[in-house]
Design a protein around this ligand. Structure first.
Ligand code: F1P
Length: 292
């Protein structure tokens, strides 16, 4: 019941995240070149933040999987921001040790007192969003909510939409669907990857995810009746018609904040786990923190 309880608390934890951002947090300001890193869910949140920070005009922002970060000596970043719920993920620690002292500021978004926090110059803690579950929900979304608020966004509509997403119907055709492909553009590409990961982790579902326009360059070949193509965020011209021609179901709630739409997908993942007799709190082959 951890995952269900934690995902249900998201409107509240996003509100806390917005308050924390308003109170002031040590995150890189305008004009600084930033590399944002993480693993799994945290990497996807890094991708969303990178797209938002660049769009907000704050400066070059690149997201990397911690294991594949291109942070060689000839890459001049002013700051590294690592997102990590556990603060113990092997690849994140390796990366932080490698850049410490070379990159001027290393900031960790995560729990206090962890190995990652010890290697950092600054830590931004989200104690109200900590989790017991293996599968991340509120920590990740609250971290992104905090980052959005720090970029100056008003999150009140997103919080309202999240409340609505917690009571919206989970359609039986989503619970029964054979396959899902999640799509996004700009900052919602990271959310699409996260939506797909949630469904795999919690419910062993076959899911894929792509930038929306990339989907047309090959992946659409598997779209078919009984399968779902689910778009988060803005809809590119012509995409819906193209998906409809395949017979796949197209899902797009254009009025809802995309981060709140992710809450609905988390609920679909939970329902699919239940329908398959799986315990979403004991996902196959996963641990709360991945360490070598
Ligand atoms: C990142 C992560 C999660 C994943 C799994 C293992 O952890 O890869 O995204 O769902 O639970 O850990 P962290 O560095 O944010 O603690």
């Amino acid at each position: 019941a951890h995952m269900e309880r934690e995902l249900t608390s998201q409107p509240e934890t996003w509100r806390s995240a917005a308050e924390l951002a308003a109170a002031g947090v040590p995150l890189p300001g305008a004009g600084r070149r930033v590399a944002v890193v993480g693993c799994g869910t945290s990497w996807f949140m890094a991708q969303s933040y990178a797209a938002l920070r660049e769009k907000a005009g704050l400066g070059v922002t690149d997201a990397f999987a911690a294991s594949e970060a291109l942070l060689g000596a000839d890459r001049e970043y002013d700051a590294v921001v690592a997102i990590t719920r556990s603060g113990t993920t092997t690849e994140v620690l390796r990366l932080l040790r490698a850049v410490r002292g070379r990159v001027p500021t290393v900031t960790v978004l995560g729990a206090p007192g962890t190995p990652a926090a010890e290697i950092s110059d600054d830590t931004v803690q989200l104690p109200f969003a900590d989790e017991l579950s293996v599968v991340q929900t509120r920590f990740a979304t609250s971290a992104l909510a905090l980052l959005r608020a720090h970029l100056g966004e008003d999150l009140s509509a997103a919080v309202r939409d999240a409340e609505e997403a917690l009571t919206a119907p989970v359609r039986q055709e989503w619970v029964d669907a054979e396959q899902f492909t999640f799509l996004g553009t700009g900052w919602t590409v990271g959310l699409a990857h996260e939506a797909a990961l949630k469904m795999r982790e919690a419910s062993q579902s076959w899911t894929e995810s792509y930038p929306a326009m990339e989907y047309r360059h090959g992946p659409i070949a598997i779209a078919a009746p009984g399968r779902v193509t689910w778009l988060l965020g803005a809809s590119p011209d012509g995409l819906e018609a193209e998906v409809m021609r395949t017979g796949a179901r197209f899902v797009h709630h254009g009025q809802r904040d995309p981060l709140a739409e992710l809450v609905l997908v988390q609920r679909v993942a939970l329902e699919r786990a239940r329908a398959r007799g799986l315990d979403p709190d004991a996902p196959r082959s996963l641990t709360r923190s991945v360490m070598l």
